[in-house]
Design a protein around this ligand. Structure first.
Ligand code: KG4
Ligand code: ZN
Length: 328
């Protein structure tokens, strides 16, 4: 299975075997093009996808040592994501499939993040609880089988990564700033500032109040003191984000009887989140599954993995398939 993922700012293509072995996983990041704007500019992302997609697909095929004619099918992320960006990957995948009269599989991006857990060499069988936290999404779901998930809660406003990126920008750490906050937080006091936790007692998330509280804290300190206290600000903000994510996992564990927790999305790289979830799992005697970093962030191997469990659409029925910006 060849899969293409272009829902945000990474142009990705991968080839995965029916058993879930990754034969190639090519990711071309556009981050440097969006850096100067402090965030992903949708139209800029679409244009770069157009320029990069053919080369990325060629690389994925040649690294896998398989030609188009040897494929069993082609998959692509059909949503949710940036609509122009999605259309580039979806149209490319449909065209490649149609040229070979191959079946096509449209894949939900979030199901892709879940299916990263099913890839070799360390596949994780359901059931498990899965937290997906990235720059675009934050949700908690219960995974009972390989072809779907039950949504338990999701963000009502910003994603966790988006909040971290905005906080990072406010204290001059550049974009995307989640990893920079993580590094700087190591030198700071997480109790120096108190930031609120959104939607306590619910499985839904909210980070907009936290973001506003951070804006006010930085404003009250003024430029010179915020620079001096940057590490404390980063540590306290990260603590609030991680406390929020952890409290929802704990609440979901009380409501379900799963014995395994899986993490996905770029924020799964956060050292405090990983350490705290690991400690929780040890305490509660639960298994913890965190795919390697390149499978936590956006990639096409996870899309190919998900496609293995979705009914393929035979040629030419998929030619009119469209992308969708939001989950239905
Ligand atoms: O999954 P991803 O690569 O892309 C999407 O947003 O779909 O996630 C990127 C997000 C960004 O917000 C970035 O700041 C955050 O993941 N991130 C981190 C860390 N590394 C990346 N957040 C916290 N700690 C990190 N170490
Ligand atoms: Zn994603």
């Amino acid at each position: 299975m060849l899969a293409i993922e272009t829902s945000c700012d990474d142009t990705c293509a991968a080839v995965v075997s029916p058993e879930g072995k990754i034969l190639s996983n090519v990711i071309s990041s556009q981050a440097r093009f969006h850096e100067r704007y402090g965030g992903v500019v949708p139209e800029v992302a679409s244009r770069h996808h157009l320029e990069l997609v053919n080369t990325v697909v060629e690389d994925a095929l040649s690294q896998s040592r398989h030609g188009l004619s040897e494929l069993g099918g082609v998959a692509a992320t059909s949503g949710p994501g940036l609509i122009g960006a999605l259309l580039v990957g979806l149209s490319t995948a449909k065209a490649l499939a149609a040229a070979q009269r191959l079946p096509f599989v449209p894949v939900d991006h979030l199901q892709g993040h879940v299916a990263a857990n099913f890839l070799l060499p360390e596949p994780r069988d359901p059931p498990f609880l899965c937290l997906i936290a990235s720059g675009g999404h934050t949700l908690l779901c219960s995974v009972q089988g390989r072809n779907g998930y039950r949504l338990l809660g999701e963000t009502r406003d910003d994603a966790a990564g988006e909040a971290l990126d905005k906080a990072a920008r406010l204290i001059g750490l550049g974009y995307p700033g989640g990893a920079a906050i993580d590094r700087l937080a190591g030198d700071g006091d997480p109790n120096a500032f108190h930031f609120p936790i959104g939607m306590r007692g619910s499985l839904d998330f909210s980070f907009s109040g936290l973001k506003t509280a951070f804006v006010y804290a930085v404003r009250e300190l003024g430029p010179e003191a915020s620079r001096r206290h940057a590490a404390d600000l980063a540590a306290s903000f990260q603590r609030a984000v991680v406390d929020t994510l952890l409290s929802k996992i704990e609440l979901a564990l009380q409501q379900t009887d799963v014995r395994c927790v899986a993490l996905g999305g770029g924020v799964a790289a956060n050292s405090e989140l990983r350490a705290r979830v690991r400690a929780l799992c040890e305490l509660e005697d639960l298994e913890l599954k965190i795919p390697p970093p390149e499978l936590c962030t956006d990639n096409a191997a996870m899309i190919a993995s998900a496609a293995r469990y979705i009914d393929p659409v035979p040629y030419p029925r998929y030619l009119g398939f469209d992308a969708f910006a939001r989950a239905a």
